[in-house]
Write a protein that binds this ligand. Sequence first.
Ligand SMILES: Cc1cc2nc3c(=O)[nH]c(=O)nc-3n(C[C@H](O)[C@H](O)[C@H](O)COP(=O)(O)OP(=O)(O)OC[C@H]3O[C@@H](n4cnc5c(N)ncnc54)[C@H](O)[C@@H]3O)c2cc1C
Length: 508
Amino acid sequence: MPHNKIAKEKIYDIAIIGGGINGVGIAVDAAGRGLSVFLCEQDDLASHTSSASSKLIHGGLRYLEHKEFRLVKEALAEREVLLKKAPHIIKPMRFIMPHRPHLRPAWLIRTGLFFYDYLGKREKLLGSNHVYFKADSPLNAAITRGFEYSDCRVDDARLVVLNAVHAREKGAQIVTRTRCLTAQQKQTYWQLMLQDQQGQYQIRAKVLVNAAGPWVAQFIQEKLKLKSPYGIRLIQGSHIIVPKLYPQKNAFIMQNDDRRIVFAIPYLTKYTLIGTTDREYQGDPAQVKITLQEIDYLLQVSNAHFKKQLTRQEIVHTFAGVRPLCDDESDNPSVITRDYTLALSKVEAEQAPLLSVFGGKLTTYRKLAESAMQQLKPFFTHLPLSWTAYEALPGGENISSIEQLVIEIKNQVADTPEDLAHRWADNYGSRIWAILGTINSVAQLGQDFGHGLYALEVDYLCQQEWAVTSQDILWRRSKLGLNFSDDEVAVLDRYLNSYHRGAAKEVN
Ligand SMILES: Cc1cc2nc3c(=O)[nH]c(=O)nc-3n(C[C@H](O)[C@H](O)[C@H](O)COP(=O)(O)OP(=O)(O)OC[C@H]3O[C@@H](n4cnc5c(N)ncnc54)[C@H](O)[C@@H]3O)c2cc1C
């Protein structure tokens, strides 16, 4: 964004560091309550933990074992709220847990599922059941029965981007590829030094919110020169993507001998997503990569359950992320609390406050943002009440069903292939009309980059969703990267280069 478009002379109410789910969630809530909000993200939106998740909006069945009742109750209820807010990117999904009596007895699982069914209000999501596997089951013949329950899947990166769009529509100023270098506490405001591709500039804000995810503690120590109120544990989690393991639409939750669980989740139309792992991580969060041990661990868990046996050769893609967990001094990485902690520190009385976010889940981002606003209430008089539960995310408005939207898209653009109409409906919901306008044939979509990506969509993503590079478009605004060859990516890169130089035209 050109610097002259940023209001540097004004004092924002809130400046937020971090364009992951927690930063954008707080931005949208605060902006919708009438506060002036500035958010900076050093890379692309959702480029770190928030695009490397298992992509579930879930209560977290296994957290019941660790007695995380507060978190599970809140997360279970959020499933229904978020399903209503974003029916295009969040979908109900049935999960099957094969019964392995030597790991957890049936009575324990039944008790857990009873709590899961009733701890949070359920409207759309079905309750739990017993299931018996027949000959057509994709599971090993030795696994004969199990349990079935509901949670939801989500496009994690789009959840972030749509919250950012929502925040902007409520008046927030959002800048990407802009790093906060330092923030100094002046008497009544924070002065932030920011760096983007054009250079450095300063902005001021009454409150600073540190939603830097894996960098939260480092940000306090290095950029603010203060002491972090909590320690952070960086716990790596990795996933593999393989060709569809089974034709059914449900996910599986597999119990492993180490008492951890691993999911196998239908992913896009052609794949299965398998994850995740838990391992202590020491390095730079931006450089995290799946290890060979993690790959073999995930293959071993899958092979212990499914008839179809996998080797490393079947893997089409992998990704890894770092959970920024609040250090509760647990020895075992998989039992560290997944709940969030908000730390409000006023360094000295009468000084501008700092609110830092430790931990959290995608699922609870909206509630985390509400708690953040609750903590900041004393600093803003007449703050309106919570509102985000009742307003759809961009594209979630005016949808009767995704199937109906697909029909409407095909009515307008008659030659749209079925899979493209579905991808548009799932990615954009009712905002697809902002892309398509009045066009009525695929030929009018502009340059064809392959796999259903055309210039019209690329231009929209650059203009409206902060996309700059092919990576932003192929891995976060969409998941088309799984299909693109290096040559196809190079063509898109060339188009984007000329687009950003202001000269978008057909390039080869
Ligand atoms: C393997 C794995 C699986 C998971 N699965 C699920 C799941 O299925 N469901 C679920 O609910 N949750 C899940 N989670 C948890 C969830 O993904 C995280 O809690 C959430 O994404 C954290 O978001 P965040 O905004 O705190 O951090 P991030 O997404 O990492 O965002 C922080 C941002 O701050 C930016 N930043 C840092 N320093 C600066 C600076 N100085 N200036 C500007 N920007 C800066 C970073 O670039 C980064 O983009 C999973 C996590 C992992 C790792």
